[in-house]
Design a protein around this ligand. Structure first.
Ligand code: OFO
Length: 172
């Protein structure tokens, strides 16, 4: 595999792990405030990001490269409000989206077809991730990020299922 592509993939691997780390820190913040639905949602998101990282990890090795694991930045551990926490998550996702788009352009430039195919999956995934976060942020703005509004949204976020499972079933 082309060295430029390998470097870009390793950078994306680091970004996905950074996201996983950041969302776990957000889960901790929410957990400490007894917002168990928000904590559950962020923890599931952290797991999902680890899955995204491992997909790249495997792809690098499938193509005879080597994944490099650098240091991760310390994630934020304090957020003024739940709304600010979700806004920080959306901001992070936008950076991830920009990076994925750059790698896709690079793969086009280098005529690296396998990377193009893999990154089409990531491009679609980012649309979904930004949509989910935008919806939560809009709901928080609508019903209020405090009191009963927050209580209701926290309950709703508690219903998030692991990736691939349908959402929305009643809790037992
Ligand atoms: Fe990996 O999708 Fe978010 O960052």
């Amino acid at each position: 595999m082309n060295e430029t592509i390998q470097q870009a993939l390793n950078e994306q691997l680091r970004l996905e792990l950074t996201a996983s780390h950041a969302y776990l820190a957000m889960a901790a913040w929410a957990e400490a405030r007894n917002l168990s639905g928000c904590a559950h949602w962020m923890r599931a998101q952290s797991e999902e990001e680890r899955g995204h990282a491992l997909k790249i990890f495997d792809f690098i090795h499938d193509r005879d490269g080597q994944a490099r694991l650098g240091a991760l930045p310390e994630p934020g551990s304090s957020f003024g409000t739940v709304l600010e926490m979700f806004e920080a998550a959306l901001e992070h996702e936008r950076k991830v989206t920009a990076s994925i788009n750059r790698i896709y352009s690079l793969a086009l430039q280098e005529s690296d077809y396998p990377t193009q195919v893999l990154f089409q999956w990531y491009i679609n995934e980012q649309v979904e991730e930004e949509k989910q976060l935008t919806q939560i942020i809009d709901q928080l703005r609508l019903v209020g990020a405090e009191g009963v509004g927050l209580y209701m949204i926290d309950r709703e976020l508690a219903g998030r299922r692991p990736e691939g499972e349908p959402e929305g079933d009643e809790e037992e």
